[in-house]
Design a protein around this ligand. Sequence first.
Ligand SMILES: [Zn+2]
Ligand SMILES: [Zn+2]
Length: 391
Amino acid sequence: MITRIWHGRTKAADADLYLQFLQEKGIQDYINTPGIVEVRIGRNVEADVAHFWTISTWKDMDSITAFAGDPVDKARYYPEDDKFLLEFEPTVLHYETFTPLEIGPDSIVPDSICTDCGTYFPSDKPIPEVCPVCADDRQFVGPEGQTWTSQDKLRYKHNVLIKPIREGLYSLKMNPSFAIGQRAFLYCSEQGNLLWDCIPLLNEPTETFVRGKGGLSGIVLSHPHYYSQMNLWAEAFDCPIYIHESDASWIMDPSPRIQLWKGDTLKLGDATLYNLGGHFPGSCVLQVQDVVNGKGEPARTGDIEPVKSGAGALLAGDTLYIAPSKDFVAVSYSYPNHIPLPGKTVKDIFEKLADIPFDTIYGAFEYQSLEGNAKEILKKSVQRYQEAYGW
Ligand SMILES: [Zn+2]
Ligand SMILES: [Zn+2]
């Protein structure tokens, strides 16, 4: 691995604004370049000036060249830098980076997070021999057999990449990827912020970011594969967790924060939760509005293209599965094990979807974004299913 360090200085009075610029925009090109392993921002505020460092670690020099161009040692600047930086250092520093062999967190908490699905099991009870979520025929145990890890180890080895998706909507994903590798979403609304699905890691920078957007009013889960560390998140933000009652038997870490809901829909502020079933009986999608302002600091207008259609977006988990071609939407009992659903269930799902207003779908994985054309793609997909099942 290679680490790249850039250094710049601003007036101390601009330290917070420049940090916000770096966090929300300046580091996006790093995150979006293949080969990035980690990126962190360092800051030292003195009497009159603030020093900033961006410290990025990469798989190899080719990845850095793809990011920085030629010559690779030349620093990259943005138009916004003109407003803040006191001077423009022409070059950056690169050095080879190695991972220590034996050093890890000194933790007394036993390992109780499944490394295949990310589900947390309460560490005060005996850990099962095999994780029931992975033993189920929708999932699988990896070739090395059942292994476990802990929150401390995850904090040591991973961070969370937060990406603005559009105004008031951010994706959160562990980096390097862990277990199933899903992204969660932070939906910011004046009627209360929601976390859609969950990831197994909650670290200090992520908690600070979510608090800056106004915290959470609730955690809403699409299905059991993404329950992960839901109670850790719910405790940090003092909020309830919404799970459809049909999936209650898959809760491995029961808590009074979990609210089981019944029926087909649940209104949560200006968002609506729909139970579609299929992958799991309680599988859901969350319909969110287009342009909203969070309870906390407003989104930086101009950074994210506002969406104007007014039709709303569906957060789909893997209740709906956008194909890599982005030309097909699948539904399935098990995606990794290729187990189909009965034709009647598929028909029911598509019928329920027909009444929900949206033009965009965001799925559980990074490439799964259908923006503006989701109904069209869905229509084509329903036709393929009709032909296959002979409805
Ligand atoms: Zn598991
Ligand atoms: Zn799943």
